[in-house]
Design a protein around this ligand. Sequence first.
Ligand code: SF4
Length: 409
Amino acid sequence: MSAAPERKDFAATKQMKQVMAKHFGSFAEGPEQGKKTAWCTSVGPAELLRAMGFNVFFPENHGAMLGATRKAMELIPLANAEGFSPDICSYLTSDIGSYLKGETPLQRMGMPGVPKADVLVFNTNQCRDVKDWFQWYARHWNVPCLGVHTPRAVGEVDESLIQYVAAQTEALVEPLEEVVGTKLDIDKLRDIIRLSKECTELWKQVLETAATVPSPITFFDGTIQMGPAVVMRGTQDAVDFYKVLLAELEQRIADGVAAIEGERTRIYWEGMPIWGKLKDLSNQFLQLRICVVASTYCNSWIFDDLDPDNPFTGMARAYSEIFICRSDDRKEQYIEQMAEKFQIDGILYHDAKTCPNNSNCRYEMPQRMRRKLGKPFLTINGDLNDLRLYSDEQTRTNIEAFAEQLAEV
Ligand code: SF4
């Protein structure tokens, strides 16, 4: 029997850590430089906030950090005691619990805590939880909470929807100008959108290298390398980083280097990551020589429709076309395309207990996709952050059985 493969890290990871440290360092220096801080949901109008001179903080990224460092379980009960149900988004409950306890992994990066917001800006394209989350802080700090309300379960993203969302985004400008004390420079917004689009195109190319057989990258690598695309889109640092990462991946392809030596099967990950179990799951798939080549999650930061020439309608289209706010028909079409492009052998669905918004296995989609694609699937029960909702043993056994099933196809 051949030796178990080893996980291969990327040389580019060092640069990724440096740019992320610089990004978080900017919050500590911000007030000294007279910079204000805006909180933004992951698919909120980050480009607009950056163009207006705000430091932009993404609390969902903080939530993921709390999950990955396995701090969430001791923090969630504090938010529950505050009145937030254990059944709602565990990013929200972890983050608010972290604030109440005064403990955060950001302290290891030299920050005293999460940066206090001067304004909070949400987009409901992903869920309602983000609005409730931001409103709690807005009440607590007595600062404005602004938002864009995007319809969900959308089939076709038509002109009327774009105009509706674009008008709401444009209406944010005046109250944001009041907070920041300067007028929006539209040319600056165009520049930021240009950088954001370049970042998103590079990130897409990075993920598409996984269409190569064998793949030079896994979903688990993607969850680490996506940091700059999530929190730094619209900056030159993010663009520079993805050029370096892409070059490394292209070199891997040229040299025939696989992320998983002896790749046997290729699967798609549908749903949220299980942040506190990424290492365990990555190791198990490595041992089974199964490469998770694509995911809805990592692809959620590809915004093809950003348009520097039409800043508001471009942002509206880009942020309304994302997978999470589309109808099941559209989601299935998307997964079908991904299955073909990445030559997948099966699909794993993660049913994340506290995120019904990004769990797509609850209304028969896996069965419909199996009929369409003729590929096996596995559903695992768990959560993004709350590991009390996850069973190591059951998941391990289910993945082993799935591997056997895949081997028979
Ligand atoms: S989409 Fe899910 S994980 Fe993300 S903020 Fe909403 S409920 Fe939380």
